[in-house]
Design a protein around this ligand. Structure first.
Ligand SMILES: NC(=O)c1ccc[n+]([C@@H]2O[C@H](COP(=O)([O-])OP(=O)(O)OC[C@H]3O[C@@H](n4cnc5c(N)ncnc54)[C@H](O)[C@@H]3O)[C@@H](O)[C@H]2O)c1
Length: 208
């Protein structure tokens, strides 16, 4: 299916809507207004209406949005209605924790391979996966049709790992290492950083 071109900002907000809408769906709540969504998500209802109107007007005045329909529509737009394999590089403390979770977006997106360079770790099991040597990355990406890479190696090694992931054909990278990475323009890069989030929270905390 051809999906409309959506701005990066909207693409980042859609998963936030989706998570809450799925919760409503599980509670058998059939409709929700942009006002309620705004209250729950601490977002502006006008912004939500604008975002949702982006891909077709389906909120009804006085009734709101149909939760089930919206869930399906957002999944379709984000292309979450298909399996996506992810590779994780760096089977350390963080990498193992992320691999053990491995239930991203209802199992449609999952870590399908995990890599490290530490000989002690290679061949050991994490969940249903065996840690592989990084030299097997290219082959695994090809064979398992891996499209996304997660980087959980120490910062000095992160760019090298990113380069290898790109070279292997990965089109999306989620970087956890505290370093800015360079990737070609056709590769989408996101960073996750607990430290910077904590630092920005510190600003709001009053002295006791
Ligand atoms: N984003 C966050 O919020 C957050 C939180 C915690 C840690 N981190 C970062 O995540 C990274 C991992 O942290 P950790 O505590 O799990 O470290 P760790 O030392 O426990 O694990 C790092 C792993 O990477 C492996 N490794 C090193 N070079 C490699 C390479 N070239 N290819 C493949 N594997 C390689 C090591 O053998 C090790 O198993 C660090 O960069 C750390 O700063 C980020």
């Amino acid at each position: 299916m051809k999906t409309p071109k959506i701005s990066k900002a909207v693409v980042r907000r859609l998963p936030v809507y989706l998570r809450y809408l799925q919760l409503l769906d599980e509670m058998n709540i059939r409709t929700v207004s942009s006002y309620e969504l705004g209250q729950k998500l601490d977002m502006n209802p006008a912004q939500i209406r604008k975002d949702l109107a982006y891909f077709g007007e389906f909120g009804r005045k006085g009734i709101g949005y149909e939760v089930g329909y919206l869930v399906e529509k957002i999944k379709q737009i984000l292309k979450l209605d298909r399996h996506l394999n992810v590779a994780l590089v760096g089977a350390g403390h963080l990498g193992i924790a992320l691999s053990n979770y491995n239930r991203y977006t209802n199992e449609k997106m999952s870590i399908a391979a995990i890599f490290d360079t530490d000989r002690e770790k290679i061949g050991t099991q994490v969940g249903n996966l065996i840690i592989q040597h990084i030299d097997e990355l290219e082959q695994a990406v090809r064979e398992k049709e891996i499209r996304i890479g997660m980087i959980t190696v120490p910062a000095p090694y992160a760019q090298g790992v990113a380069d290898r992931l790109v070279e292997a054909g990965v089109k999306g990278i989620l970087n956890f290492a505290p370093v800015s990475l360079l990737v070609p323009s056709d590769v989408h890069l996101r960073s996750a950083d607990v430290t910077t989030e904590l630092q920005s929270l510190a600003y709001y905390i009053e002295e006791s």
